[in-house]
Design a protein around this ligand. Structure first.
Ligand code: FES
Length: 106
C-alpha cells in the first residue's frame, strides 16, 4: 500500500508499506518527521494527528469514541479531515492514501 505524507514545508515522503501497518507505525519506523506516536498506537496521545486529503476520506472506517476524544486534544486544530494515524491501517482501510501533516504535534 502506498502512503504519501505531505509536510507543511512542501516536502513529500512516499512509503510503500505492508498490509496491516498503521499510518502512524509506517511513519515512525521509516523516520518520517511530523508523526510522534507517543502512546504506541493506543489512541491515547493524539501525536499521530494527520489531515487526510478529501479524496481518501470516504474509504476510511468510522471514528471510534476513543479516537473522537483524542482528536479534541491535538496540538494543531482539528478539522473535518483530521484522523489519528494509528487508527488507520494499510490494506484494511486503504490501498493508497495521502495525508497532510500538522506543523507541530507537541
Ligand atoms: Fe497515540 Fe495515535 S499514536 S493516538
Amino acid at each position: 500500500a502506498k502512503i504519501s505524507f505531505h509536510h507543511s514545508d512542501g516536502n513529500v515522503d512516499v512509503l510503500d508499506v505492508d498490509p496491516g501497518t498503521s499510518l502512524m507505525r509506517a511513519a515512525v519506523t521509516n523516520g518520517v518527521d511530523g508523526i510522534v506516536g507517543e502512546c504506541g498506537g493506543q489512541a491515547m496521545c493524539a501525536t499521530c494527528h494527520v489531515y487526510v486529503r478529501p479524496e481518501y476520506l470516504d474509504g476510511l472506517p468510522a471514528i471510534s469514541d476513543d479516537e473522537e476524544e483524542m482528536l479534541d486534544c491535538t496540538t494543531e486544530d482539528r478539522n473535518e479531515r483530521s484522523r489519528l494515524g494509528c487508527q488507520i491501517k494499510a490494506g484494511d482501510d486503504f490501498d493508497t492514501i495521502e495525508v497532510d501533516l500538522p506543523a507541530s504535534q507537541i
